[in-house]
Ligand binder design. Structure first.
Ligand code: GUN
Length: 297
């Protein structure tokens, strides 16, 4: 029997804990923790994400500041807004929704965010802190995956972990986190030779490549814990208006081979916003010099 890792339920509990701690923070600090989200342009998927971030932020007793800028916003104007948010004491976390329109340089925009407000963990300072084991901000999706893994497995010491994908947002920070937890880590990618054989060694598989159902059941070591970060839409089948959402793992095939697997949707996805709220609350505590109780989140 393969267990289903219920990320949706786990994320809901995390959001509740954040909400409780955020209320305590507001009493202690005399203000709510604040998250500013900047959306440039009208990408439909980004609009959905931004709306759900806003709702979740308010529900967790935090202040949500939303900035919607036109698609043709000049780089200087976006950078000026980020400077203003960096200096605003009501703003603890700043998130610039990606992708940005093509004329804007994402790296330059991320670099403009104060590392202490970079709740996405995308700034090179935070990537560097993670690489050398200093506390900073860790990108939300890999940190959420890590929470699901430690909840399921406890101590990861000595386990073989294979991360498929080497993006700055998921693959690389995921590998760092697993290494910090004393797993033996392999990062596989599009040029990896004999990927099925590499994946077959893994006690832990984290798939983050963005290719529908790429990881097959016979690539999995029986009993492996499988974390599926992919969200891919299949072409619509006969009679469907929209295609189904699937992950990077053949979910049906993984049943009865994997020890546990995250579903898509309802696995990793809901963790991302919950961790974003957590990171924002951590930023707020740091900004005010207030201790967050150990293990509260
Ligand atoms: N676009 C899709 N996911 C994310 C995310 O986690 N952070 C930002 N900034 N943009 C995104």
């Amino acid at each position: 029997m393969t267990d289903i890792i219920d990320g949706k339920a786990f994320a809901a509990k995390l959001r509740d804990r954040v909400g409780e701690q955020a209320a305590k923070f507001a009493r202690a600090a005399g203000r709510k923790a604040g998250l500013a989200v900047v959306l440039v342009g009208e990408d439909p998927a980004s609009q959905v994400y931004v709306r759900s971030k806003h709702k979740a932020t308010v529900a967790a007793n935090m202040e949500s500041f939303e900035y919607r800028l036109p698609a043709d916003t000049a780089a200087a104007d976006l950078l000026a807004l980020i400077e203003k948010l960096n200096a605003d004491r009501a703003v603890d976390g700043i998130l610039v929704q990606l992708p940005l329109p093509a004329h804007l340089d994402e790296q330059a925009v991320i670099a403009a965010i104060s590392p202490d407000k970079d709740v996405d963990g995308f700034h090179v300072t935070n990537a560097g802190r993670l690489a050398v084991g200093q506390s900073g901000f860790v990108p939300c999706t890999p940190l959420g995956c890590m929470m699901l893994l430690t909840d399921r497995l406890g101590d990861l010491s000595g386990l073989e972990a294979v991360v498929i994908g080497r993006s700055n947002i998921v693959g690389k920070p995921m590998a760092q986190l697993l290494l910090d937890a004393n797993a033996t880590v392999t990062i596989a990618h599009s040029r990896t030779k004999d990927l099925p054989a590499v994946v077959r060694r893994a006690d832990i598989v984290v798939a983050a490549v963005g290719r529908a159902e790429m990881v097959k059941a016979d690539w999995l070591k029986p009993g492996a814990t499988v974390i599926d970060v992919g969200i891919n839409r299949l072409p619509p089948a006969e009679g469907e208006e929209k295609g189904r959402l699937v992950g990077d793992v053949d979910y049906a095939g993984a049943q009865d081979v994997a020890g546990a697997v995250t579903p898509v949707p309802g696995g990793v996805g809901p963790m991302t916003i919950a961790v974003l709220l957590r990171n924002t609350l951590v930023a707020a505590h740091r900004a005010e010099g207030i201790d967050l109780p150990e293990g509260a989140l």
